[in-house]
Design a binder for this molecule. Structure first.
Ligand code: ZN
Length: 241
């Protein structure tokens, strides 16, 4: 049986699936991973610093203007649209098979595709709050602001995105753990599973089928029921509901 047929069979027979995705889920929507090799090269060349440092809490505090310049240029892709992976996951939720989508991405593409129960571990570029009065602003406002986005009260508007050195939202993290612990099937896609929190979350899974879909191998391949080394949109476009 081909790997796609195996995946199809597992999905057909499972009604309690949780999906956990990383940057690779959005690359087929034209959103490059800013921590990739070319992302690092670009940031070193233009800003003399690594992507991790440029989107860190201390950089945001000490170099707010440069932070927003880098952020707007490298982390926001306003015109990106959902790819077949986002769309199929939304359909699987609608049919009752998928209980939650847990994502490390901040682009909001799962919601754009129609998914309702999306747990955004690293926040979203679509939510932004004034640091003084907490007023909420949309992405358009951030993009249209010159330099540092400011609230009408004068406060700086901070994206609801988890920066390096900042803790994850505890509610979202514990909800994610709950879903993973109770899932029968866990599909992990577009992540090499080497960085926190992905690597930690997988350990909570006790269910029947662990499926890994990633272009390259991961340290967890030997634990998986099924490993597919391919682009995730390509894989999901072949799945029928
Ligand atoms: Zn304000």
């Amino acid at each position: 049986m081909s790997k796609i047929s195996q995946l199809q069979e597992i999905i057909t027979n499972s009604d309690n699936i949780v999906f956990f995705g990383g940057a690779g889920v959005s690359t087929e929507s034209g959103i490059p991973d800013f921590r990739s090799e070319s992302g690092i090269f670009k940031s070193l060349e233009k800003y003399g610093d690594t992507p991790e440092n440029l989107v860190s809490h201390s950089y945001y505090i000490d170099h707010t203007e440069e932070f927003f310049e880098y952020y707007k240029e490298n982390l926001i892709f306003e015109d990106a649209t959902p790819n077949p992976a986002h769309l199929k996951l939304a359909e699987l939720e609608k049919s009752g098979k998928i209980k939650a989508v847990i994502t490390q991405n901040i682009d909001g593409l799962h919601q754009k595709a129609g998914s309702k129960n999306v747990l955004e571990l690293h926040g979203s570029v679509h939510r932004n709050y004034c640091q003084i009065c907490s007023k909420e602003y949309d992405l358009k406002y951030i993009l249209e602001s010159d330099g540092i986005p400011k609230c009408e009260c004068g406060g700086i508007i901070k994206p609801d995105v988890v920066l390096y050195e900042e803790p994850l939202n505890n509610n979202i993290l514990s909800l994610s753990i709950d879903y993973i612990q109770n899932a029968n099937t866990l599909i992990i896609g577009g992540t090499s599973l080497v960085v926190y929190p992905a690597a930690g979350l997988i350990n909570y899974f006790n269910g029947e089928n662990l499926i890994l879909i990633n272009k390259s191998e991961t340290p967890y391949d030997n634990l998986a029921t099924l490993v597919i080394n391919d682009a995730i949109g390509e894989v999901f476009s072949q799945i029928k509901i």
